[in-house]
Design a binder for this molecule. Structure first.
Ligand code: URA
Length: 276
């Protein structure tokens, strides 16, 4: 029997978008029952080459068709290639070009743009987030979507603007469906982040959210315990101070947590005034 009040197409699309289904995934229909057994077997022994996406979910295809890419690079080779390219770069501009030529992170194949950085190459404060989302992928810049706008407001509240900060992520391409990047993807990008920190040489780092904090501080402690206290990390050739903070995307969902964020911003302001 037909539904008495069928939802409009617009309402359905909104529902999908709210659940994170915000892009078409293939130009041609695919019979996903075909080869089920083969895929099940493949999942039973996870391959380091296999991105951690939802089972049976096809990789999103950019509107202009799948990107041509070089032969898949084995993780160790990818990290070695990344190290070599990153260490050859003598400026942040050269590093960005080197990253553009790097094919060792599987995320690049499904992303529309590389998101290297936003802000000033002379900044004394470096912020590091998890990875680009949809808006960032479209614009090729980190933290320009809703979470980024909130981040800008948090920075403005302590009188910091784009000239005072340098913003990047632990991966430079959008993970499909905004999932957390896999350790393999993070490791492939890590030599570029190391070199980015070394070349910028900020007074301190601000680690935005759990995944960035876990990677840089080499810990699995929860962000709610990590946040708000200065931590030490070894990155970019020396031991540096880092302040983990709650991710603005989390603050958008949990406004009551903003009071913690405010306290952390005041701690960052005090350090900036002391160091500057
Ligand atoms: N979230 C992140 O962690 N990074 C971005 O660039 C955008 C959203």
């Amino acid at each position: 029997m037909a539904h008495p009040n069928p939802p409009s197409t617009e309402a359905l699309l909104k529902l999908y978008a709210g659940a994170g289904v915000d892009e078409t995934i293939a130009a041609e229909p695919v019979d996903w029952f075909e080869g089920v057994e083969k895929r099940r077997a493949a999942r039973a022994v996870p391959s380091p080459q296999t991105p951690d996406r939802a089972p049976d979910r096809p990789a999103p295809v950019p509107p202009d068709g799948p990107r041509k890419r070089a032969e898949p690079v084995a993780p160790d080779d990818a990290v070695m290639d990344a190290r070599e390219r990153a260490s050859n770069a003598q400026t942040l501009g050269e590093l960005e070009k080197a990253l553009e030529g790097f094919d060792g992170c599987p995320l690049k194949a499904t992303a529309k743009n590389t998101c290297f950085k936003r802000g000033s190459d002379d900044a004394k404060i470096m912020l590091v987030g998890e990875g680009p989302g949809r808006d960032e992928d479209l614009q090729g810049l980190p933290f320009v979507g809703r979470a980024g706008q909130l981040l800008d407001k948090m920075l403005a509240a302590i009188s910091l603007g784009e000239d005072d900060v340098y913003i990047t992520n632990i991966v430079y391409w959008r993970p499909p469906g905004n999932r957390t990047p896999t350790p393999q993807e993070v490791q492939a990008c890590a030599p570029f982040l190391e070199r980015q920190v070394e070349l910028l040489d900020p007074d301190f780092l601000v680690l935005i959210g759990g995944p960035a904090s876990h990677h840089i501080l080499e810990t699995s402690e929860g962000i709610t315990r990590l946040r708000g206290k200065w931590r030490e990390c070894r990155i970019g050739g020396k031991t540096r101070k880092a302040m983990p903070i709650l991710h603005p995307a989390y603050l958008l969902r949990t406004p009551a947590a903003k009071r913690h964020a405010w306290r952390d911003m005041l701690t960052i302001e005090a350090a900036h005034k002391t160091d500057g």
